[in-house]
Design a protein around this ligand. Structure first.
Ligand code: HEC
Ligand code: HEC
Ligand code: HEC
Ligand code: HEC
Ligand code: HEC
Ligand code: HEC
Ligand code: HEC
Ligand code: HEC
Length: 471
């Protein structure tokens, strides 16, 4: 890793100005980079120069260079080579215009200057997101749908395992200049848990788009929404529906997004974004790149459970809420959030799982996943509908909680899951006993019938509102 002196950089920039390239006003008038409090962990002596890279790429890929020029990196003297230089022996290194470089820049490269951030990211679930080989989702993507779908779908969010194309003898294929050719199935890719050729995991550019690498961009919810969306984890949709999302959208001009310091309650107050609650600093805690540090439940599996040290994690999240809300308000929210997760667990997820386990133990289902309709029904119940319901509550999206959530959970449970399970277990006393015990429990007693008085109340409601009966 190298670093130019500031005078070296002023020369580069001046050279570019003379060469007539469109310099931004900011660089033009930027003060010489001063020694900063938040200095990067390591600043190596100057051993090379990006001058030629910049001059030539300003012709070949001008937008790339102007993005870089508009970045904190350019101001701080972090040039092309500081990120792209490869040491002799790095598998993806190749000679390019007199310098050994690599195309793929990994968290290991960023770590030279951003060590603690990279360590936090590495400790998070994000960096491990491509380890999903054993999952049912993987069977769906890789086998039932097809490997090319996994490459274009799953891996774009979770990350690929970057690989080279090889010849018949297993040797890495190279182009005529000696550059090793990356397997197009595996790169380009900025999936969050990408497995890199140097063994590191992740892609910082999943959130920090190159070559501007702006913190302001990552502070905005759209960045997370590339992956945190859709039927099985609609966090961006939930956020947009919530009061927080509305406040963000309508008051974006007050968010102070371009500020260097971005401490909640100090630098901005208008609204929280995903980053605010899950990552950013408050007056009491620093920024973290471990996005799991503040969540107390996992809302992903069939049955939700609290995480290890959940009290500490919850306290960190509540510290963000407390910058804008009182403790009683926040406490009351968490009580109703917990209760909703618990009712999902006890009323729907645990019973459904008990039935699935019994059917499997009684050999009423094959060991092959997804070859029976009931398995698709059960998967939808917890992986799509059940997640939407739980996640909707966790981030104040009432429509995701109710109509896209618990409504669908209930409809599925009573009218697809149970009938299909009863059919699969038909004639098996053990299965029938388990199903009966579930239906006999008080939370499912409504199915045994409503009193004539309650029914009359419903009819009266519709008569009075619309002049007709309910159906
Ligand atoms: C004389 C012009 C020129 C100079 C100097 C130059 N490049 Fe390039 N570079 C190119 C062109 C043209 C391409 C695209 C074609 C190719 O891949 O060779 C390219 C491609 C690249 C790529 C992408 C390779 C890939 O796998 O797609 C990277 C990364 C890169 N350059 C970085 C650098 C760095 C870092 C420097 C400074 C050491 C540099 N370039 C100097 C012209 C130049
Ligand atoms: C802060 C680190 C950093 C700096 C500085 C940097 N790059 Fe990059 N560059 C990256 C990352 C990250 C990627 C994405 C590659 C990947 O990991 O998939 C990339 C990709 C590229 C690519 C190939 C991808 C594409 O979109 O074609 C080229 C070409 C490139 N950089 C050229 C340059 C040049 C020229 C400079 C100097 C003006 C430069 N880079 C400065 C980090 C950097
Ligand atoms: C040679 C050192 C060096 C390398 C390598 C480096 N950076 Fe930086 N980076 C800096 C410096 C210096 C700053 C400006 C001071 C600060 O914010 O810490 C900075 C700032 C940033 C910022 C904040 C920008 C803003 O808008 O405030 C981000 C994000 C960032 N770097 C990401 C990366 C990523 C991702 C990589 C790897 C692809 C990387 N950096 C590689 C030195 C480096
Ligand atoms: C749109 C981006 C996206 C796509 C496409 C995608 N996922 Fe995910 N996946 C995510 C996100 C985001 C999460 C985490 C959700 C959460 O925490 O609420 C996740 C969660 C998971 C989990 C649970 C991990 C855990 O620790 O509990 C598995 C397994 C998984 N995905 C596998 C896959 C597979 C296999 C595919 C392709 C068939 C796929 N995903 C497609 C974004 C995606
Ligand atoms: C999940 C998205 C995400 C990923 C992945 C990510 N970052 Fe960040 N990063 C952010 C957000 C959001 C901020 C701004 C937070 C703030 O200012 O409150 C940020 C800020 C930064 C900053 C500026 C810190 C400061 O004190 O101003 C640096 C440097 C940085 N990231 C480096 C990295 C590096 C290196 C990686 C890869 C190891 C990485 N980031 C991966 C979301 C991400
Ligand atoms: C107002 C604060 C707040 C905002 C804004 C927010 N979240 Fe959350 N998020 C939470 C809380 C609270 C939880 C539940 C924490 C717990 O389990 O204790 C949560 C849970 C999550 C989870 C964990 C789901 C799981 O599988 O267990 C993910 C992923 C997530 N949020 C992503 C996002 C994304 C992406 C955004 C923006 C689109 C966002 N959040 C916006 C507060 C917030
Ligand atoms: C490129 C895709 C991608 C982007 C962008 C992304 N995430 Fe994630 N996120 C994932 C995947 C995939 C997982 C599940 C990882 C696993 O458990 O295997 C995940 C998991 C999480 C979790 C749960 C962590 C845990 O410990 O269980 C939170 C919270 C989260 N992301 C928040 C965010 C926030 C906030 C942002 C934006 C600042 C963001 N993510 C950006 C893909 C992404
Ligand atoms: C940056 C300030 C900010 C932060 C941080 C914040 N909120 Fe809010 N919250 C708001 C605003 C603004 C509203 C809308 C108030 C209104 O409409 O009068 C709101 C509304 C709410 C509501 C009412 C939702 C509704 O639809 O009426 C709940 C519940 C809530 N927040 C919980 C939380 C929780 C829990 C956290 C922490 C995980 C949190 N908030 C963090 C600003 C914030």
């Amino acid at each position: 890793m190298t670093r130019l002196t500031s005078t070296g950089w002023m020369a580069v920039i001046a050279g570019l100005l003379l060469a007539g390239s469109a310099a931004t006003a900011r660089l033009d008038g930027a003060p010489p980079p001063a020694a900063k409090a938040a200095a990067p962990a390591k600043r190596a002596a100057a051993t090379g120069s990006s001058t030629q890279c910049i001059a030539c790429h300003a012709r070949n890929s001008p937008a790339l260079v102007s993005q870089w020029r508009d970045s904190a990196h350019a101001v701080e003297g972090v040039g092309c080579l500081e990120c792209h230089r490869a040491e002799v022996g790095e598998v993806d290194g190749f000679m390019h215009q007199g310098e050994r470089i690599a195309t793929v820049v990994t968290p290991k490269d960023c770590a030279a200057c951003h060590e603690s951030i990279t360590a936090e990211f590495d400790a998070s679930h994000h960096s491990k997101a491509s380890s999903f080989i054993g999952s049912l989702d993987n069977v769906l993507g890789e086998v039932i749908e097809g490997p090319i779908i996994a490459a274009n779908g799953c891996w774009q969010c979770h990350g690929s395992t970057v690989q080279f194309l090889t010849d018949a003898n297993g040797r890495v294929r190279r182009d005529k200049e000696g550059k090793p050719i990356l397997d197009p199935m595996t790169w380009p890719n900025t999936g969050i848990g990408r497995v890199n050729l140097d063994g590191s995991r992740g892609a910082c550019s999943a959130c920090h788009s190159r070559h501007s690498f702006k913190a302001s961009m990552a502070r905005q919810p759209e960045v997370c929404g590339k992956c945190h969306m859709g039927p099985d984890h609609p966090q961006i949709e939930i956020f947009e529906e919530s009061k927080h999302g509305i406040a963000y959208r309508t008051r974006i001009n007050e968010m102070n997004l371009e500020s260097k310091s971005w401490v909640l309650g100090k630098d901005y107050t208008a609204a929280p974004t995903c980053a605010t609650c899950h990552m950013s600093a408050t007056p009491n805690q620093p920024l973290t790149h471990d996005v799991g540090a503040r969540i107390s439940w996992t809302l992903r599996p069939v049955i939700s459970r609290k995480l290890e040290n959940w009290e500490t994690r919850r306290a960190s999240m509540q510290d963000t809420c407390h910058q804008c809300h009182g403790p009683d308000f926040v406490g009351a929210f968490y009580k109703s959030f917990d209760s909703a997760v618990e009712i999902y667990n006890s009323k729907f997820a645990e019973p459904a799982k008990r039935i699935m386990d019994t059917l499997r133990a009684r050999n009423r289902l094959t060991p092959t996943p997804f070859d029976e309709e009931l398995e698709w029904t059960f998967y939808r119940l917890w992986h799509h509908e059940g997640r939407r319901a739980r996640m909707g509550v966790s981030m104040q999206g009432p429509d995701y909680t109710q109509w896209h959530g618990f409504f669908e959970v209930a409809e599925n449970f009573y009218f697809r899951f149970l009938p299909q399970a009863q059919e699969a277990g038909h004639g098996d006393a053990e299965v029938e006993k388990v199903v009966k015990a579930i239906l006999d429990s008080p939370e499912h007693a409504w199915k045994k019938g409503m009193s004539p008085e309650d029914r009359a109340r419903i009819d009266a409601f519709y008569k009075q509102r619309y002049g007709t009966d309910a159906q």
